[in-house]
Design a protein around this ligand. Structure first.
Ligand SMILES: Nc1ncnc2c1ncn2[C@@H]1O[C@H](COP(=O)(O)OP(=O)(O)OP(=O)(O)O)[C@@H](O)[C@H]1O
Ligand SMILES: [Mg+2]
Length: 287
């Protein structure tokens, strides 16, 4: 058992996975100009809940995820993860991360990269190898275990990063467009797998995507953001049923399309297809 598990239990198993309260992030850029990347963001994610962030390019999705991961600090407001400061949660490695760039270590093999979080937590060699093999199978890279990242395509590297983020079955996953570099078939397969993994491990997920159908398929709630300044403009609850019912048939179900329309309308600020929508939602895929 990890020290973080003890802390979570001490805080009560119902401790909110992520709690962002009044978080504002202001960047100072050239000539002292300021960019309000995030403006007074409030967001709570319950244990086991899947929340997607969607919105046009530059609306602050990655910035919000970076605050939760303690890769950057809010200008004002606070971020807690399982009741701890974001910093403490990072030190305790309470979550898995898969970001826009795969971020693999070039001098480690594929298997070596996946085993890294386990190594850092002192998992024995045999258990590490077994877990890496399991994860490599999951992401379809069993034959590439001994290759180095530079020998893989971008999509394959991204799958290694996803496998690494899952290595310790974390209770929280922070994912920034993790499937962006994948072909459509692999992407849908990874979405199906992610739903299954979350159901099995009870992981909460904060997931950034540009794809409305992806957000709808995966999420309990879709958080819609708008830029300049980055704000939450709507939160759409998606109730598409239990993980075991979320298969490929669901992608063609009436309820699925209704939820896709609801998110699209929230993004556009008008009914789907409205004139304001075309520019407001630039950078958001509707496929
Ligand atoms: N380190 C930084 N310094 C200055 N400005 C920044 C920095 N990081 C982000 N920004 C600005 O903050 C805003 C939000 O950026 P962010 O990367 O969070 O957007 P995003 O929603 O993730 O966009 P995308 O969909 O393109 O990934 C943008 O205007 C960006 O230019
Ligand atoms: Mg981003």
């Amino acid at each position: 058992m990890r020290s973080s598990d003890v802390a979570v239990m001490a805080a009560g198993s119902t401790a909110t996975a992520v709690d962002v309260v009044g978080a504002t992030k202001i960047f100072t850029v050239a000539k002292g100009a300021q960019v309000i990347a995030l403006d007074t963001i409030d967001l709570s994610v319950a244990p086991g809940e899947f929340v997607s962030l969607i919105g046009p390019s530059g609306c602050g999705k990655s910035t919000l995820l970076r605050l939760i991961a303690d890769l950057d600090q809010p200008t004002t407001g606070s971020v807690t993860v399982f009741g701890k400061s974001a910093r403490q949660a990072r030190v305790d490695q309470d979550y898995g991360i898969a970001f826009q760039q795969a971020g693999l270590l070039p001098w480690r093999t594929v298997a070596g990269n996946i085993e890294l979080p386990l190594e850092l937590h002192g998992t024995g060699k045999t258990a590490r190898k077994a877990r890496a093999a399991e994860l490599l199978e999951l992401v379809g890279l069993t034959d590439f275990a001994d290759r180095y990242p530079e020998q893989l395509s971008g999509g394959m590297q991204q799958r290694v990063a996803i496998a690494r983020s899952l290595a310790e079955s974390p209770k929280l996953l922070l994912m920034d467009e993790p499937f962006g570099a994948l072909d459509e078939m692999t992407r849908e397969r990874m979405q199906n797998e992610l739903v299954r993994i979350c159901a099995e491990t009870g992981a909460a997920v904060v997931f950034v995507t540009h794809s409305i159908p992806e957000a709808v398929f995966l999420s309990d709630r879709v958080v819609v953001m708008s830029p300049r300044p980055g704000r939450i403009v709507d939160v759409i609850p998606v109730a598409l049923g239990a993980a075991e019912d979320r298969d490929d048939d669901l992608r063609e179900a009436v309820g699925f399309f209704a939820a896709v329309s609801a998110v699209r309308e929230a993004l556009h600020g008008t009914p789907a297809g409205g004139a304001a929508g075309a520019s407001a939602a630039r950078g958001v895929e509707t496929r």
